[in-house]
Structures are given as C-alpha cells and as structure tokens.
Design a protein around this ligand. Sequence first.
Ligand code: ASP
Length: 328
Amino acid sequence: MKKFAIAIHGGAESVKPSELDKEKEEKYREGLAAALKAGYEVLEKGGTALDAVEAAVMSMEENPAFNAGRGSSLTQRGEVEFDSAIMDGKTLRAGAVGAIRYVKHPISLAKVILQKCDHALLVGSGAEEFALRQKLELMDPEYFVTPEKDKAWRDKQQKGLKKKHEMVGSMADTVGAVALDMDGNLAAATSTGGLTDKMKGRVGDSPVIGGGTFANNEVCAVSCTGEGEVIMRGVLAHEVYAMLKYGRESLQAAAEKAVHLHDDLLQGDKGLIAMDTEGNAAFAFNTGFMKRGFWQAEGEPFVALWEDEKENPAAPAKKKKKTAKAKK
Ligand code: ASP
C-alpha cells in the first residue's frame, strides 16, 4: 500500500478548559473529523495532495465553528476579510489572497491563482474581480457573519472601542492542512478570517508564503496559526523547512523550535502543523490548545484539542488484533 496522510488544524488559541463549553468543544471535534475525512477521501482515491488540502480547508470554511469563510472574525468595522494560501510542493507554485470579501471559499480562489494566474498573491478588489471572472461562488456579506460574532462585535461597540482585543469568544483560529499523496507530493493550505478586531486591510501570515504556509516535496509542508504579525516576522513555516533541510532536526523538534524561535522578540500565540516526505506529522503550539487532526493510510483518524491529549499522531498504524469473534 502506498503511503499517504493528511494533518489539519483549526487554530491555536490561549484558552483554558473552564473557558470552553462542552457544546463548543464537541462542535470543534466534529468539524475536525469532517475536514479530515474530506481530505482523506481525496487521497484514498489517488487524488493529489493539493486537492486534499483544499477539500479539508473547504470543509472548515463552510463550518461556522471555525474562523475561516463562514463564521470568520470581524474587523473593527464589523466586516469579514479573508486571507488564504495554498502551495504545491511538487512545482513550488503557490496562490494566495489577502483582505478579500464575498468569496465563499477563499482557499479555492488561492488554488485558481496557483493554477491560472501569473501572479502568486492578489489582494482586495483585484482578487475579488479575478474570482468573479473565474466564476467562483460569491456570497452576500451576511452569509459569513454568524450571530455569535455579530453579538461579540456589537457588545464591543457598546463598551466602546477603547480596549483592544476584549472581544467575547475567540480572538482567532485559522484553519489549515498539510498532506502527502500516493505519488509522494506534499501540499499545504491555510485560510483565515484573521485576528478579531483587526484593521480593515490588515493581512496576516496565512497568505505569506514561507510565513504561514509553505510546501516543498523534498522536505515538508507546513501551515501556521496564531498571531500573524509575529509568525510572519519569524517566517515560521520556512523555518521548519530550513531546520529540516540544513539543520537535520527531527520533524517534531523542528516544529517546536520554530514555535519557540526568538521567544523574547516574537511574543504571541503561535502554532503549526508540519508533514514530512514519509507522511509523518508534527504539531507544535505555545497556547495549550490547538484544534488538530491527523490521518495516515491504514491508520485511524486522530482528533485533539488540548495539549495533554497525548496520543502520538505520528505513531505507525496499529494492526487490528484478530479477536475470537472475528475468527468465527
Ligand atoms: N494567523 C492568523 C492571522 O494572524 C490568525 C490565527 O491563526 O489565529 O491572521
């Protein structure tokens, strides 16, 4: 059986177990499982890593529990603006968008840019016009704004705009995926509504190639989450690649070192997922909480939220024991 695997994240956040209600936790786990399945099914049928990461991210963009597409965080003006990127480790082609609106699946726009555009990164109205010309699905702005995010924004307006980041609910939670397909190709994808209460026009790390998203068939694929300003200054996705290529670190060590790179100068929430050429996955975050999942060919799907959910996602698939019943 040929190797293939997918790992996903639904964002890293500094949140304590007492701050997250059970219902929300369940929604996260269900959403992660659905996104993993969407990506795994593409790979299982022999599809490309590029299509698999797009499928997993699309699933989370449609799910209002995550901060990407529908359910995204709101800007200071109470609107949504998305950033997204996708990279093909085989060709080193990439497509990315910054501060766009209306596009139902920002990750698909990034992929169309990768495939059909001479440029790698389009922003704002130019990206939206390209989406229109490429006949991507567009939605009314209301589609993206969930009651929870709307209420949080209104509460904030009532309290006044004095304190930065005092929004109710999550500050952010980007979504992302990395995958290895049966042909040995790696890909990475990241999509986000960005930080809550961000300025109009602010672009985070997600669409910055090497910052929040990176893939190269020779080494690894990486997708980041956390405070974009910090992640892009550390160029963290590329840092994982560089440590593996030149530093000969293990995948997990490279992921952790990247998250803690210049901890004194690059302070903030940071998290990432990485996959190597064998389909092993690494998860690293400094928040105690990162929604994440992993599924390797012939293995079982793994979904986790808290740091202490210790099951080793990169462990080889366990062979099912034949029980007395199964022998009958
Ligand atoms: N990295 C995202 C951004 O800064 C937000 C997040 O992952 O939480 O836009």
